[in-house]
Structures are given as C-alpha cells and as structure tokens.
Design a protein around this ligand. Structure first.
Ligand SMILES: [Zn+2]
Length: 311
C-alpha cells in the first residue's frame, strides 16, 4: 500500500509535465547485415524477479491507472562456440544488497518480489553455469548475481567498469563489485560499424551474436543483437527503454525516473530514436527491453529456449 501511494504521488508529479516531451525526429535506419547463424544457436530468458508498477512510471505519457508488469531477466545464450549470460538478474544476495545499500526513498520505487536467482534455476535444471557474463550495464538489478558465478568473467566496456566502480545508490550498489574474486574483462568495440552503430563486437565471427554500443542510460550501456538461423532477429537493449511503448511511440522514460537512472538523458533519447529507426528499416526485428514482461512473456522462460525452427 505504502508503495502504491509513493508511486502515485511520483507519477502524478510527472504527469503535471515538469518537463515537456522532447521532439521525436526518427533518423532513417539502415538494414542489418546478413548473419551466418548456426542452426543450434538458442537463448532462454531466466526470470529472476518481478515487480508491478504504473505505466506512467516507466514511459512518458503512460497511464496513471494502467499497471505494468516488470521482469528482471538474465538471458542465457548458447552458441556452439560458447555459452554466456547477458545480464545476471537478481541474485541470491539481493535482499542483503537492497536492504543495506539502497537509498531509503528509492526502496518503494524499486521494490521487487518472486526472486528466483539464475544460479538456482540452472542448478535445478542440471544446466552448467556459463563462464562469461556480459552486462547490458552495471546497475544493481543487472549486476546483483555476479557473486553467484565466481568462475565467470564479467565482460563490460572499459567505461562501464569505471562507472560501476565509482557508482552509488540508487543506481549502483557498491557491494556487488567489492568481491576480490570478481573477474572483470573490459572490452572494446573493435569491430566495424553496423547499421548506423559506429562500432561492434562480433563474438563468434559469424554475425549471429553481436554486441553494439548504446551509451546514454550509462556510459557503457551495451545492446545484444541475436540472429537465429531461421532469420529471426532479437535486439536486447538493456534499459535504453523500459517498455516497448518507448519504441512504439517513441517516448523517453517518465521524466522523474529518467532523472534518477539515466546518466545522459539526451543521449538516451537519441538511442531510443535510433532504435526506432533501426526497427523501421528491419521489419521483424524484435526489440527487447530488459524489464518489459509483456515482451518477455511472448518468448517464454527457461527451461524453454527460443531457437531456429527446424527446416
Ligand atoms: Zn534495469
């Protein structure tokens, strides 16, 4: 109840238009290059936690009365040449992390429930833990489970590691990065420009799993473009948008939420517009925000996988 009152008050303040909506000039997108995806490439969403908020809290112009389901997912990607997680979700230590470090005023806004850490889901299913974790960015709800995978290298751009190590609540929880066993592997986007993105990192050299820079929400925010052998393509865009309506309209996050979480609000908005342009130029490309359960639900959850249709 207390949470709903806080959400309503904050959302009402925003709806009073403390900030006008920015102009939406969608840049023309470019066609994505073809990928040579192996037939066995597949991915699964591990839902590690959930929350419910109001649409007005996640997207500018959203309804004050429409509830929106939030998911905290880790994405397990299995390519014949390697397996990894994209984001780690809420981990086994989340209650301690959140309870001791989260700013008191932010707790009602970021409250979560139904925690099922990725490491536990994998163990229950008899699936080996991956040895690499990529982060869309290092905010608390994406990095919480790093300590659950001590054998894994944590791959982020240099800028994101530096930001994480100096980060403060409510966006970052320092204890998530304090373990001496944390194995950072900073990387550079040293591959060619792709469809308007200035650089890329093709993980397996076949174009099926490509990391692309999406700076704005954080300095080192990273998107993951997955292409299946049957031609279906998925772009995991982290928290560039929280809800598919951000791309559809397009619209930025709700202004007060954006002030709290977006490191560079203008760059985040430009990234949203670029994503919309990219989708317009690539019909069928599915853009997947990190927290939009209405999108995640359509893909199903681990132990179900999304994989190419048999030919
Ligand atoms: Zn997030």
């Amino acid at each position: 109840m207390r949470k709903m009152i806080v959400l309503l008050v904050v959302a009402a303040l925003g709806v009073w238009r403390l900030w006008p909506l920015p102009e939406a000039v969608i840049p023309p997108g470019q066609a994505l290059p073809a990928a040579q995806a192996p037939a066995t490439l597949r991915f699964a969403l591990l839902k590690t936690g959930a929350a419910t908020t109001l649409e007005a809290m996640v997207v500018a112009g959203g309804s004050l009365f429409r509830p929106t389901a939030i998911g905290h997912v880790a994405v397990l990607v299995e390519h014949p040449a390697g397996r990894f997680l994209f984001d780690s979700g809420l981990g086994t230590a989340i209650d301690t992390q959140f309870g001791t470090e989260m700013a008191f005023w932010a707790k009602p806004i970021f409250a979560y429930r139904q925690v099922r850490p990725a490491v536990q889901q994998l163990r229950d299913a008899g699936v080996a833990a991956p040895d690499r974790i990529f982060l869309s960015h290092a905010h608390w709800d994406h990095a919480s489970a790093l300590g659950d995978f001590p054998q894994a290298e944590v791959w982020v751009p240099d800028a994101e590691r530096d930001t994480a190590l100096h980060g403060r609540p409510p966006a970052f929880l320092p204890s998530q990065f304090s373990s001496p066993t944390l194995r950072w592997h900073p990387f550079r986007f040293d591959g060619p420009a792709v469809a308007g993105f200035p650089a890329s990192l093709d993980l397996f050299g076949d174009g099926s799993v490509v990391l692309l820079p999406l700076p704005g929400h954080t300095a080192g925010s990273t998107g993951l473009l997955l292409s299946l052998a049957d031609g279906r393509r998925y772009f995991f865009v982290g928290d560039t948008v929280w809800n598919h309506r951000g791309i559809d309209q397009p619209a930025p996050k709700f202004s007060i939420s954006s002030l709290i979480v977006d490191a560079d609000r203008d760059a985040t908005w430009q990234a949203v517009l670029a994503l919309r342009g990219l989708r317009d130029a690539n019909p069928g490309l599915q853009i997947i925000p990190a927290h939009d359960s209405s999108v995640h639900d359509t893909l199903g959850y681990f132990p179900e996988y999304v994989m190419a249709a048999a030919r």
